[in-house]
Design a protein around this ligand. Sequence first.
Ligand SMILES: Cc1cc2nc3c(=O)[nH]c(=O)nc-3n(C[C@H](O)[C@H](O)[C@H](O)COP(=O)(O)OP(=O)(O)OC[C@H]3O[C@@H](n4cnc5c(N)ncnc54)[C@H](O)[C@@H]3O)c2cc1C
Length: 289
Amino acid sequence: MEHDLYDLAILGCGPAGLSAAINATIRNKKVVVIGSEVCSPPMHKAQKIDNYLGLPDISGSELLDKFMQHAGQRGIEIINNKATSINEWEGLFNILVGEEIIASRTIVIATGVPYRPTLPREEHFLGKGLGYCATCDGPIYKGKDVIIIGHSTEAEGEANFMAEICKQVYYLPLYKAIENLDPSIIILNGKPAGIVGEEFVLGLQLKDGSTIDTEGLFILGGETAPDRLIPGLEIKNNHIAVNRQQETNLPGIYAAGDCTGGPYQVAKSVGEGQVAGLNASKYASRHRG
Ligand SMILES: Cc1cc2nc3c(=O)[nH]c(=O)nc-3n(C[C@H](O)[C@H](O)[C@H](O)COP(=O)(O)OP(=O)(O)OC[C@H]3O[C@@H](n4cnc5c(N)ncnc54)[C@H](O)[C@@H]3O)c2cc1C
């Protein structure tokens, strides 16, 4: 599917992302929001939110419904998927979403609480046998053995793609029901404990002490740390570093909500989303070709 060039691409459809989107559309900007089907998993879990001004005694899912209705009234386009990588090319950002590329003048990151690694020492092995995007790095492992740790059924499509090009794919699901996995893939049972290797990934160790040799390890279908989506993004104390304009260290990229730090609250996310949306709109206006 062909997409036009957007002024703002917003990653995350929780309160921060929707607030950025609503404010940018009020500024007449062309906006796309990318996020999960349940737009804010934490709000959805909150039985009662009692500290959102003007709407006391409301459940998280009711408040989220109101936010979604507001976004719907403004005709905001929401794509239910995940961004898996972002590249900048001549002042425009190209975002990989599933198999589509979305181009935008600016980005607002509103992806919620920071990424928690699945395994110890992930940082050390990134690019040395460990990857988070099979579509991006898969060809490096053509004809080799790889292990894929899948956090959700989302990872199965990427595992099936790897099965077409790799010698052998092993799949370790961290969820209950596998839906659609290529029959050539060997399913591993157990819990992952650590990565075997000094400089490069040589294998995966399981909690029962056994190890499986591999040349490549992918962790898919879970959260993606923002600095892995966007190389060079500054992180401070596990959060995206921003100033009071919600600008990150990278021109044209803004961040808002839980991903920038505590307090992890709806009102703070909505406020930061507004500032990010307005400033990204100004940036997009200044950079129209
Ligand atoms: C049990 C519970 C109770 C709570 N109670 C309260 C309360 O009483 N009051 C209060 O103010 N707050 C409460 N909170 C906190 C509140 O829900 C969060 O602070 C708020 O949801 C944060 O909003 P956000 O937009 O930053 O992120 P989120 O709401 O987490 O939204 C993040 C979005 O980013 C998407 N995303 C992630 N990665 C990607 C990617 N790579 N590409 C595209 N999209 C991506 C997700 O799918 C999601 O749509 C509670 C939280 C919980 C869990």
